[in-house]
Design a protein. Structure first.
Length: 143
């Protein structure tokens, strides 16, 4: 009888620990909607966004603006998007866009496990840049 209680107690503890670990895992990707300011063309409007889990401190930075590819690297020294325990996450980005080297910053905050609020700004010496603020919802891959 005691052995049965010990086994049931251990099983309950393992299931509880597994459930808590699942709650602390960040989503695989985020889909969002926000407001974007294009300083080059003096325009603003609604923008849709897609972002990966962002688990690495140093990660690639990609974007497509005016049909030109922005490619660079970001250094998330404040924490990563996947780290649910941080008050804020983000850091600077360094990139190549339209034959110029540029920079910017990305800052975000988890409002819940699934919902993030994120802001970014990017510009170069030859491009006035863009800024955006978005709210995104995190989802898991279906497989």
């Amino acid at each position: 009888m005691r052995m049965t209680l010990v086994v049931l107690g251990m099983l309950a503890a393992c299931v509880t620990a597994w459930a808590q670990a699942q709650d602390n895992e960040a989503p695989d990707f985020y889909l969002g909607v926000g407001w974007e300011w294009d300083f080059e063309n003096d325009e603003d409007g609604v923008a849709l966004s897609f972002a990966g889990a962002g688990a690495e401190t140093i990660s690639p930075d990609f974007g497509l603006y005016e049909n030109k590819l922005l490619i660079g690297v970001r250094y998330m020294f404040l924490g990563t998007r996947a780290d649910l325990t941080r008050a804020v996450y983000g850091g600077p980005t360094l990139f190549w866009y339209d034959e110029h080297i540029g920079g910017g910053v990305i800052i975000g905050r988890h409002l819940s496990r699934e919902v993030i609020l994120e802001a970014s700004y990017r510009a170069t010496g030859g491009w006035d840049g863009e800024a955006d603020v978005s709210v995104a919802y995190g989802l898991q891959w279906p497989w």
